[in-house]
Design a protein around this ligand. Structure first.
Ligand code: PAF
Length: 283
């Protein structure tokens, strides 16, 4: 496995591989890899001759007071996991390799990024789409795999790729959960045992909504209120519980086809997100 820290060297390799007709599938990450990331890598093997992983804790997607400085950094372990998963190349630059000290250009996706997490994390999605665009230009992947847990991020990236004509196929991968239902996240390691137990209220509330919808419920307001009440009762501070159209991310009043129920909540100082696609009953 190649481990490359230098942007120019990485881009040169990417150009060379492309000229030889090698298709690559990219998994962009911020490291602290867990089973969720490994599932993305396994899926990426189906979409390219070689799989690349980037490990970069992107400073521009963290707001003031967020967890940039304490974000888990476990590079040696991450490299070992990538080796075991048959990754061809890991690009793990430092900040200066990605952003020039006087960088003054960024991308903004201004529609899908504005609600949900965007309302609570101003500038976050600008940081995400900008770094993903930069990584696409450095890595030149044919396909790139993103997890559905960060559903709004995935939609904003799909929109950026469409609007700016990036020749990259975006593949979305299912959410990977712990056996008790907690969606896997690098931030789960911040949780104390008690907080982890409280955090389960999120996946349980989503599951309950799924069951309600399968049983015929379709009133979004009722579903949202029930989920919010259950999560609040567990001691979390809910930022939003929202039924949105999976394509536009606009709030919906009724659960028809393609609706996502999305949640963001704070457990202590840890911000967790999760979502579920609601499938209305056939009748
Ligand atoms: O989902 C993540 O880990 C990050 O937001 C990403 C896509 C790697 C961009 O920094």
């Amino acid at each position: 496995m190649r481990v490359i820290r230098d942007t120019a060297a990485m881009q040169a390799l990417a150009i060379e591989r492309r000229s030889k007709g090698v298709n690559t599938a990219l998994v962009p990450t911020m490291g602290a890899l867990h089973e969720g990331h490994l599932s993305l890598i396994r899926l990426a093997h189906e979409h390219g001759d070689e799989v690349d992983v980037t490990i970069f804790v992107n400073p521009t997607q963290f707001g003031p007071g967020e967890d940039l400085s304490r974000y888990p950094r476990t590079l040696e372990r991450d490299l070992e996991l990538c080796r075991k998963e048959g990754v061809a190349t890991v690009f793990c630059p430092n900040d200066g390799e990605v952003y020039a000290a006087d960088h003054s250009t960024q991308i903004s996706e201004t529609s899908l990024s504005s609600g949900l997490c965007g309302a609570y994390r101003p500038g976050h999605f600008d940081g995400v789409v900008t770094v993903v665009a930069k990584l696409f230009n450095i890595m030149l992947p044919t396909a790139a795999v993103f997890g559905r847990k960060d559903f709004q991020q995935a939609r904003a990236i799909q929109r950026m790729v469409r609007d700016l004509n990036f020749p990259v196929r975006i593949v979305l991968a299912p959410i990977v959960r712990e056996p008790d239902g907690l969606a896997m996240s690098s931030r789960n390691r911040y949780l104390s045992e008690a907080e982890r137990e409280q955090a389960l209220s999120i996946s349980r509330a989503l599951k309950a909504a799924e069951t309600e919808v399968a049983g015929g419920s379709e009133n979004a307001e009722v579903l949202q209120r029930a989920a919010e009440a259950a999560i609040t009762a567990a001691g979390l501070e809910v930022q939003y519980v929202a039924c949105v159209d999976a394509d536009t991310l606009e709030p919906v009043a009724r659960v028809g086809r393609q609706v996502v129920l999305a949640v963001a909540a704070l457990v202590g100082n840890t911000r967790l997100i999760d979502n579920v696609v609601l499938q209305p009953s056939a009748s």
